[in-house]
Design a protein around this ligand. Structure first.
Ligand code: GCB
Length: 598
């Protein structure tokens, strides 16, 4: 799916700003044929929860309404006019001037619809009925129930089956863009690279609709010099290429033009980097060299905005990670904004791109993590359809990004209980066919489904582990934690001697400002010690290819007795102030090269 940009043939108009907002009153449903009656306002993009402030909005479960007016300039009404939502979390029905236009479920990917037949010259009205409900058929997975009160009203309850707050709303940008009636609908970038000779055969495959004779492709380098020309059917050979490298990005531009009778009818420009990715034995090769991942699992989470896009945070977060010596992160636990992916392409950050498959564990709870056991997850959940859709939409959106080096199909699923293997196999088989660049696919293993219980790891190209020795396990006993971690790593390596292992989570909750000498959990000192013992074991294992800690920054969660205004495992606070561990890790990571460490 193409990102909306302005070109000589296309325009983009923002619908961001303050919209009208209302909670759905189910006794007297909103009538979309008339303007929304409300005095409430809501900023878009942004989650509605913290903007709403009081409990009735913040904790609302069910439907909400957004509405605003817009005008499309008359000069554009003969173009193809498309209304695009970058993310409506989690499910939306969109109406224009009271008429139904499009429905989408899945709160972290874009969707769009042509609206020509619904709009008029002058003022128009866009209305969105949005649901924040998630259940056993959706991704992410939620525990949903409903009852009726004495007056017969539905009372909805929702408890996340995962450890982040269920921020919802029009979380990303809303735009109208125009294209000609004959237009480029998608572009897929693939290439064969000759690393020894720094040459590449690049295929820019365009899909288009309408009446055209040919698709012309021009490849430009960063100095805007033409380095290759051809069409969309055949590969274009490039010589003396500059590779996209971690933290040292280089982006080419593919200018794609639809030609009819010698004239350009549509033009789109897609930036792309050239790099190779390969899992070979116990190594993860980028551009043929063994890469070592240093970084974190993150969240899209900021004060007031909730999960709403915050580009200043995105820029700052990458700068903070660079300061720390990090080179990568995982989009835990859902696809991040397209702006973040584009930024990572530009900055050279390496991304493990995760779909919203989280909570796939019957009875998940952060209050009893070490005591949980796999049960009958795969007969309780009915997520296959949503999961395939999520992988399809994720890869369709992110396939051309050089920053994406691996797909994560699930975080901490039940990979031990009955039916796990069959479910995993079908998702892996389905997903692998979708990536035109054939990147590695993996899932992130839950400590509860350890090496003696997990039955799915043979399907994963890399062994991604979330491990909490010294936190949920062996709390305040670093000697045992270290020994158990060492045993765990050895056991995984013995079971899969030819697969690389990396950590996608390890961490300890830490309340900034607390200190103690004697290994007291929640103190900054404890967090530093925790990272020291983990790092020591990592360095003993030559098959260990990366450390992504949990979490980059403190973040909001549902309330619970194990969460103090959210999850405090950040090495930065929610406001991005460093805890002591951030400085300790900085010392470590600045001394670990991106390549050839293992
Ligand atoms: C995990 C989850 C993550 C939680 C984390 C924790 O394993 O993947 O979403 O936030 O543990 O802090 O418990």
């Amino acid at each position: 799916m193409l990102y909306p940009i302005t070109t000589q043939t296309r325009t983009v108009q923002s619908l961001n700003g303050v919209w009208k907002f209302a909670l759905e009153n189910e006794a007297t449903p909103n009538d979309v044929s008339t303007p929304l009656e409300t005095k409430k306002s809501m900023s878009v993009p942004g989650s509605f929860n913290d903007q709403g402030v009081t409990r009735d909005i913040r904790m609302h479960v069910g439907y909400v309404w957004y509405e605003r007016e817009f005008v499309v300039a008359d000069s554009l009404l003969n173009e193809r006019v498309v209304l695009r939502f970058d993310a409506a979390t989690h499910e939306a029905d969109v109406y224009v001037n009271g008429q139904f236009v499009v429905h989408h479920k899945g709160g972290f990917v874009p969707f769009e619809a042509e609206i020509n037949e619904f709009i008029n010259s002058g003022r128009n009205r866009v209305t969105v009925k949005l649901s924040n409900m998630i259940d056993y058929t959706s991704l992410p997975v939620g525990n949903y129930s409903e009852t009726k009160d004495d007056e017969g009203n539905i009372v909805r309850k929702l408890s996340e089956n995962f450890d982040f707050f269920n921020y919802a709303g029009l979380n990303r940008y809303v735009r109208i863009y125009t294209t000609p009636k004959t237009y480029i609908s998608d572009i897929t970038v693939t290439y064969d690279v000759d690393l020894d000779n720094l040459a590449a055969d690049v295929k820019i495959a365009a899909e288009a609709e309408g009446d055209y004779d040919e698709v012309k492709v021009t490849i430009l380098d960063e100095a805007d010099q033409v380095v290759g020309e051809g069409n969309s059917d055949a590969a274009i050979s490039l010589k003396d290429i500059t590779l996209w490298q971690p933290l040292n990005a280089y982006l080419y531009k593919a200018k794609v033009e639809l030609i009819k009778d010698g004239a350009v009818v549509d033009v789109y420009e897609e930036d792309f980097g050239i790099r190779t990715v390969e899992v070979k034995g116990t190594q993860f090769l980028i551009n043929g060299k063994p890469f070592y991942f240093k970084g974190a699992g993150k969240h899209e989470d900021s004060f007031i905005n909730g999960r709403g896009i915050n580009e200043a945070y995105n820029v700052a977060d990458l700068n903070i990670m660079r300061w720390m010596g990090a080179n990568s992160f995982r989009t835990s636990h859902y696809p991040y904004s397209e702006e973040m992916m584009r930024l990572c392409d530009r900055e050279g950050f390496v991304v493990i791109d995760e779909c919203a498959a989280v909570g796939m564990f019957e009875g998940f709870s952060v209050d009893s993590a070490s005591g949980m056991a796999a049960k009958s997850t795969w007969s309780v959940l009915d997520t296959k359809e949503a999961h395939e859709q999520a992988m399809y939409e994720l890869i369709k959106r992110d396939k051309n990004h050089a920053c994406v080096v691996m797909w994560s199909v699930m975080n901490e699923p039940d990979s031990a209980g009955p039916g796990s293997y069959e479910y995993f196999k079908s998702i892996f088989d389905y997903s692998r066919k979708l990536d035109p660049q054939n990147r590695p696919f993996a899932y992130v293993n839950f400590q509860i489904c350890g090496v003696d219980k997990d039955v799915c790891m043979e399907l994963s190209d890399v062994i991604l582990l979330n491990r909490y020795f010294g936190w949920y396990w062996d709390t305040a006993d670093f000697a045992s934690a270290e020994a158990h971690l060492r045993e765990d790593m050895a056991a995984w390596h013995a079971k899969f001697p030819d697969k690389p292992i990396m950590f996608c989570e390890y961490g300890a909750d830490t309340v900034a400002g607390l200190h103690a000498i004697a290994d007291i959990p929640f103190t900054e000192d404890y967090q530093v010690e925790y990272y020291k013992i983990n790092s020591k074991v990592f360095d003993e294992c030559d098959y260990f290819i990366g450390e992504q800690l949990w979490n980059f920054a403190d973040f909001e969660t549902k309330t619970g007795i194990n969460r103090v205004q959210g999850n405090k495992k950040g090495v930065f606070t929610r406001g991005r102030d460093p805890k002591a561990a951030a400085r300790w890790l900085r010392e470590r990571w600045l001394n670990i090269p991106d390549f050839d460490y293992k």
